[in-house]
Write a protein that binds this ligand. Structure first.
Ligand code: ADP
Ligand code: AMP
Length: 228
């Protein structure tokens, strides 16, 4: 029988994608956000936008990101609060790369309550860290639309060009081999505790992120459909 790909009309909640860098969160978050017509809120993309525009925040976070460290909670939380209070978030949104510390998660639950949202649904992308190295170093992103490729197994039709808009593909500064180690360490130390934090709260739904993109996508939609 064909899988049921229909989605209910509205998301009406916050969905959090949790997992190590390179697990496939961005790839799937874009699909979920598109299906429900809600914003895809990648804090990493927001910071990269600030860096490329040279804003004061961008200048502050650029060296932190280049080292593979986490940006201080106060800067992340201010940016997130301003973003989710915009009207386009009123029917829900998909967080990708946020929260990344227990303090961020605690602040988020208060913020959601204050803004009238239900508790967030958390989708955990479980994967052996040894597998993400190739995904991270092979990742290329479109400079125009942000589409995500991989030179090893999700390559574009024309080398270096986006299939959607022909935009140039580039490697993120922090996807170079030497930054991968520090990023994974930051994940293990500061973000992984969120797995047990959300599991204890009964919010965590796990996806085997080592599977191919299509299988992960099916599982993700199944979780969202069944967790109304
Ligand atoms: P994250 O947002 O978790 O850092 P991405 O979605 O950017 O991860 O994916 C990291 C890299 O792995 C990208 O190059 C992407 O094309 C590739 N990728 C994503 N999901 C899968 C998958 N299920 N199998 C193989 N490669 C994947
Ligand atoms: P990402 O695109 O999610 O891999 O994030 C890229 C980088 O942006 C991270 O390595 C951090 O330096 C920074 N960043 C993104 N989101 C957060 C967050 N929620 N908390 C702290 N730093 C973040």
């Amino acid at each position: 029988m064909a899988p049921d790909n229909r989605v209910p009309e509205r998301l009406d909640r916050a969905v959090i994608f949790l997992g190590p860098p390179g697990a496939g969160k961005g790839t799937q978050a874009k699909e979920l956000a598109k299906a429900y017509r809600v914003p895809h809120l990648s804090t990493g993309d927001m910071f990269r936008e600030h860096v490329s525009q040279g804003t004061p925040l961008g200048q502050q976070v650029k060296p932190i990101m280049a080292r593979g460290d986490l940006v201080p909670d106060s800067l992340v939380l201010k940016m997130v609060r301003e973003r989710i209070e915009r009207p386009d978030c009123s029917h829900g949104f998909v967080f990708d790369g946020f929260p990344r510390t227990v303090a961020q998660a605690q602040y988020l639950s208060v913020l959601l309550r204050q803004n009238g949202y239900r508790p967030a649904l958390v989708i955990y992308f479980a994967i052996d860290p040894a597998l993400v190295f190739r995904r991270i170093t092979g990742r290329r992103m479109c400079k125009v639309g942000g589409e995500i490729y991989n030179i090893y197994d999700r390559s574009p039709k024309v080398e270096g060009r986006c299939d959607n808009d022909g935009g140039e593909l580039e490697q993120r500064a922090d996807d170079r081999e030497e930054v991968v180690g520090p990023r994974l360490q930051a994940y293990e130390k500061q973000t992984e505790p969120l797995v047990s934090y959300y599991r204890r709260l009964g919010r965590l739904h796990e996806v085997d992120a080592a599977q191919d993109v299509e299988s992960v996508k099916q599982r993700m939609f199944e979780i969202v459909r069944n967790s109304r």
